[in-house]
Design a protein around this ligand. Sequence first.
Ligand SMILES: C[S@@+](CC[C@H](N)C(=O)[O-])C[C@H]1O[C@@H](n2cnc3c(N)ncnc32)[C@H](O)[C@@H]1O
Length: 388
Amino acid sequence: MVGMSEPFPLDLERLRRRPDVEDPTLLAWDATDVLLVERALAEAEDADLDGSSILVVGERHGAITLGLAGAGLRGMGVYQDRMAHERALEANAAALGLGGSYRQLETVADGAASARLILWQLPRQVGAVRRTVAELSGVQGGALLFAGGRVKHLSVGMNAPLADGFGAVEPQLAQRKSRLLMARRDPTLALEPAADQRSTVSVGGRRLELRGAAEAFGGAALDPGTKLLLETLAARGAASGLSPATVVDLGCGNGTIAAWAALTWPAASIEATDDSRDAVASATASLEASGVAERARVVRADGGDHLAEASADVVLLNPPFHQGGTVHTGIATKLMRQAARMLRPGGTLFCVWNSHLRYRPRLERLVGPTEQLGRDRTFTVTASTRRG
Ligand SMILES: C[S@@+](CC[C@H](N)C(=O)[O-])C[C@H]1O[C@@H](n2cnc3c(N)ncnc32)[C@H](O)[C@@H]1O
């Protein structure tokens, strides 16, 4: 087995991001991945661990899992929230001849009981850290945790949930602008399952019950861009002017838009879709709590690629403008392209975006004629008609 003094056991330049957005400015790995693998290999050697006792949480394109596999470990449990990440890992594993070297997990809890060593790429929100720690409550006493992130994305507030779940947290020296936090599970600590976040909001003339699970965008909060989108549609009489049969909430997050659409267009069937497991869980819970679950379907998919071409009358989209920690328009472009694919000719994409991104020419090119419906100090709302 390769220890810390050995070269990294994987040629990181061979890792790719696809089907996640690819761009020369975006890497498929970061220094946190490297630190996690280096510490894990040293630990696995010292404690004589095999791969099946290692749990990887928050893996992205495969650097951690395939780093371990490159060093000869097999059977690691891997939890990934995003489908694009899951597929990138799968494709990289196949390309590197490491297919079948790990187990894909549906929940973090599924991998907890067998874990002696946990490697975790931390999310950026403290609330998400707390909820995942609660999912790790089945971890045995003595199991070792290395949780890390880019220094600029870590906050001291993350120590408390980690300490509540594991015991004393020992921050490691920052290296290459990343830092690991180390903790060993104290068996005397009892963890309560974390409750989902909840909120009740009134927006665009509707009262919605929102729910948010660990990594869902914005938890159970109403996003300000989404608020402007729905207020604008309500003010423009969207409800009276349109009677769509099929409405898609593309990148549904906590399901705010889907729940609003279900209440606004009572005859429509609603498709809510996101590639995040937590978003899908949140949207499902929000639709249920808002009393419209029977009219809506929530599916985990990459860019709604499960929906047929020309099958939707209306698509509603509040695209992300980050790729990990980087502001990047690639994912928005991918979702606009997908919106155009699933809209029938003459169908409408309602989109909200940060005005400085100047998406209008892009929407014109990818979807069709685009009109500005609303704007505030930060966001612009547009309607694009799918050209025939
Ligand atoms: C700005 S948030 C909007 C969330 C929600 N619609 C709202 O209004 O609060 C963008 C959403 O796009 C989702 N997303 C990112 N990449 C995606 C992809 N490839 N396929 C589907 N959804 C994606 C994110 O998980 C996130 O929930």
